[in-house]
Design a protein around this ligand. Structure first.
Ligand SMILES: *[C@@H]1O[C@H](CO)[C@@H](O)[C@H](O)[C@H]1NC(C)=O
Ligand SMILES: *[C@@H]1O[C@H](CO)[C@@H](O)[C@H](O)[C@H]1NC(C)=O
Ligand SMILES: *[C@@H]1O[C@H](CO)[C@@H](O)[C@H](O)[C@H]1NC(C)=O
Ligand SMILES: CC(=O)N[C@H]1CO[C@H](CO)[C@@H](O)[C@@H]1O
Length: 473
């Protein structure tokens, strides 16, 4: 891979950039998790694709103008993804905004948080929840906000340079926005942007094994085997051991256990898991108990993940909640799948987490007929063959999601792999590790500087001179 056009940004190289990045002053009040939490609202169209349905809903958004080099400075459109969005996070993007004199604006994704068009999230009411509608929302928001800036500065027809940024699903949206609305932005950053819809996403589990390393992986596999056995003998006790007795469905329980490990690597925390498991193994301790301790202390308590978010009975509830789990499952079950199934050989997770498990969940929670048409999704966006320009792709080396991101650099779309033992999901903006949340992770300040600095060598944003400045770091 070294020989390919994909860049491998090793920690060593990152270190060289670290010093330059140190000079960038901290952005927002030290320690504050958000740049702002002041809510603003706009009217958004419910169905962008119907010529006759003109209904609207209230979409929440946030703006932060303290660093804006008025009136012509750039605007960073930071896309909020699959959860409630209650402010603009104070992460590495804040540092960049200050450096480039950028305004930062963030609309909440339709249906999530307070931007739900409906009080009841029945399957019928969820039919306007899709990435395609969300992209159109972003375009409408972009115009609306540009006009509000113009009104503020008493001018009309002016366009600030807009740069779009997102992580994970919103990273995919960021790339897709540039694909579908290239005239509305001069470039985008797709951090861990999962642009490829994958039906049987076996590489996810495979990456979990690789990120764990051989020793830790072997222990995790042994635990999976033991739990599978104990589930058959006495499912109540083993679920109770993990504080997850509410999960009636064994598949939901096994998926919860698999995800506890996966997400730990996804967010760059191998040290919270592997050393203690390896130690338990060496000392011949009860491995299931050791894992249960980790799941309860770290995953449930510290990472604040309630087992209920894996419970299909809970997912059936149609009242909106802050987690948005039902909503994301709907997007999974209707558009993108990413079914994290066990590979046939050598899986870390239980073999019972298979395609059937996921399809059953979709059917059970949303009813017959809801099915992820990944073929159509990839037909619409192009998957890893996305034919766009001026998009930077970044991946974390330990992140199980990276296999759904763009594989290789191409002429107008450089991609970067940030390689370190705890480089996770969205690591360039969030640091490594990124949990607990840190406003100035050691990784984050180095890493994004590299792609954004390089990108300007390959392309500017013709006709938008300020945008060149955004990219030059
Ligand atoms: C806005 O511009 C118009 C036309 O140039 C001018 O007449 C008006 O006084 C300006 N208003 C403000 C608030 O600056
Ligand atoms: C996914 O895996 C299932 C079970 O192994 C298989 O039947 C199905 O054909 C696979 N589907 C795709 C699209 O790869
Ligand atoms: C299954 O995985 C093991 C361990 O990684 C490997 O040694 C073996 O070759 C694999 N078997 C097949 C059929 O791929
Ligand atoms: C090139 C790059 O940086 N992106 C990586 C994203 O993940 C894929 C899949 O593992 C890698 O092949 C890419 O190198």
């Amino acid at each position: 891979m070294m020989g390919s056009r994909a860049r491998i940004v090793s920690l060593l190289l990152a270190f060289l950039f670290a010093r330059a990045a140190e000079r960038i002053a901290a952005a927002a009040p030290a320690g504050s998790r958000h740049l702002t939490k002041d809510e603003r609202w706009m009217n958004q169209r419910l169905d962008h694709f119907s010529p006759t349905d003109h209904r609207q809903f209230k979409q929440r958004y946030f703006e932060f103008l303290d660093y804006h080099r008025a009136p012509g400075g750039p605007v960073f459109l930071r896309i909020c993804g699959e959860s409630a969005c209650d402010g603009i996070p104070n992460d590495y993007l804040a540092v960049l905004a200050k450096k480039f004199g950028a305004a930062v604006v963030t609309p909440e994704h339709r249906y999530y948080g307070k931007s739900s068009p409906f009080k009841q999230l029945t399957t019928e009411n969820l039919r306007f929840l899709s990435s395609k509608q969300a992209l159109f929302d972003l375009a409408v928001f972009r115009q609306y906000y540009q006009e509000s800036l113009n009104a503020r500065y008493n001018r009309s027809g002016f366009d600030n340079p807009w740069f779009v940024i997102g992580i994970s699903y919103s990273g995919a949206l960021s790339a897709w926005f540039r694909l579908k609305f290239p005239h509305l932005t001069c470039g985008s950053l797709a951090s861990s942007g999962v642009v490829l819809a994958v039906y049987n996403y076996t590489d996810f589990d495979k990456q979990v094994g690789e990120s764990a390393g051989p020793e830790c992986k072997a222990v995790l596999q042994e635990i999976t085997k033991l739990v599978d056995e104990q589930l058959r003998l006495d499912s109540h006790s083993v679920k109770a051991l993990f504080g997850a007795q509410t999960l009636k469905n064994d598949g939901d329980f096994l998926f919860f256990l698999a995800d506890a490990a996966a997400i730990t690597f996804q967010y760059g925390n191998p040290d919270a898991l592997c050393p203690q498991l390896i130690k338990a193994k060496k000392n011949r301790k009860n491995l299931v108990e050791a894992y249960a301790q980790f799941v309860k202390d770290f995953y449930i308590k510290k990472m604040e993940t309630p087992p209920s978010s894996y419970d299909r009975e809970y997912l059936k509830q149609t009242t909106p909640d802050d987690s948005g789990s039902r909503l994301w499952w709907f997007q999974v079950c209707s558009e993108v799948a990413y079914f994290q199934v066990a590979p046939k050989n050598d899986s870390v997770r239980s073999a019972r987490i298979n395609t059937k498990y996921h399809l059953d969940l979709c059917r059970n929670v949303f009813g017959e007929g809801v099915y992820p048409d990944v073929f159509m999704t990839n037909l619409y966006y192009g998957g890893t063959g996305i034919a766009a320009s001026k998009i930077v792709f970044t991946n974390g080396s330990q992140d199980p999601w990276r296999h759904a991101s763009k594989q290789k650099s191409s002429k107008d779309m450089p991609s970067y792999l940030m390689k370190c033992r705890n480089c996770g999901h969205g690591t360039d903006l969030r640091g490594c590790p990124q949990w607990p949340f840190r406003t100035e992770g050691p990784g984050n300040r180095r890493l994004v500087v590299v792609p954004l600095g390089k990108i300007v060598k390959r392309f500017g944003c013709p006709g938008v001179s300020l945008c060149r400045e955004i990219l030059r770091t």
